[in-house]
Design a protein around this ligand. Structure first.
Ligand code: IPE
Ligand code: IPE
Ligand code: MG
Length: 258
């Protein structure tokens, strides 16, 4: 039973994976829970933080793949509101990694026409990081290529609680009547406002859960899990996830479209 949940890398394929891709049926919005950095590192006898460093390389590759195939929106989970529970040394390492990732990548992202956006409680991040993240958003805001959302200090429940508070205060001030509250009003109060919902949600490293990521936006997402740890995740596996997604029958509560 469990076997079916995970993709099989061993399956023999005659045609290379990019040839199997239907460029007219690409997911518009892909979410990725980049998990397994720590396990990758400890499995190699290394310290956990070297797994995070290796994970950055994978992220660069996957972003390039989205650029190459014109996948419009990529949203990745980099740090959750729950990740503060980790040892301070690991948390500090991650914060520095976000900062150095941006410093190293921002020019290339501009060349690649990528628009970066951060979602989560960004302003509560330590030191100068909030300014650095906002500066990167500002620098890329007119780019028209891949929309690259990075969730940092993000929690799906927290996002919904914040939306509820905003909507409640609009009701209280008389700017909004209760019967006008619908899906769209809630969408408009999320970090992802103006973006379509997640079509494909990928999680690496074998755990089969959302861990508080994009709870509202993934309501009708197709889920795709792999046992591969994030640092070992490849562009081929990413394309495999998309090919598998293209074979799914998305009924949205209706009847089969096939
Ligand atoms: C994901 O890898 C990265 C972050 C949560 C920042 P983990 O650090 O969770 O790796 P595992 O799950 O412990 O292997
Ligand atoms: C989810 O991974 C968060 C990120 C990938 C950033 P976790 O490793 O924090 O999730 P749990 O604790 O296994 O649910
Ligand atoms: Mg993890």
């Amino acid at each position: 039973m469990l076997k079916k949940i995970f993709s099989s890398k061993k399956e023999k394929r005659d045609i290379s994976i990019d040839k199997q891709l239907d460029l007219n049926k690409l997911p518009q919005h892909v979410g990725i829970i980049m998990d397994g950095n720590g396990r990758w590192a400890t499995g190699k006898g290394l310290i956990r933080t070297s797994g995070h460093k290796a994970g950055v390389k994978t992220l660069k590759k996957i972003l390039k793949t989205c650029i190459k195939y014109n996948i419009p929106i990529l949203t990745v989970y980099a740090f959750s509101t729950e990740n503060w529970k980790r040892p301070m040394t690991e948390v500090n390492f991650l914060m520095n990694l976000f900062s150095s990732f941006l410093a190293e990548q921002i020019d290339e992202m501009c060349e690649d026409n990528v628009r970066i956006h951060f979602i989560g409680r960004v302003d509560e991040l330590p030191g100068n990081l909030p300014n650095e993240l906002h500066a990167a958003e500002e620098r890329t805001k007119n780019n028209t290529g891949v929309r690259f959302n990075v969730a940092v200090n993000y929690g799906g429940r927290d996002e919904i609680v914040t939306a509820v508070k905003n909507i409640a205060s609009e009701v209280q001030s008389g700017d909004l009547s209760i019967d006008k509250i619908d899906d769209k009003v809630i969408d408009d109060n999320l970090y992802t406002k103006d973006l379509p919902p997640v079509d494909l949600m990928i999680r690496t490293s074998g755990d089969i859960r959302l861990s508080n990521f994009l709870l509202w936006q993934a309501a009708y997402a197709e889920f795709w899990f792999t046992k591969t740890n994030w640092p070992d995740f490849s562009s081929e596996e990413f394309l495999q996830a998309i090919v598998d997604f293209q074979k799914r029958d998305r009924r949205f509560g209706g009847l089969s479209s096939k």
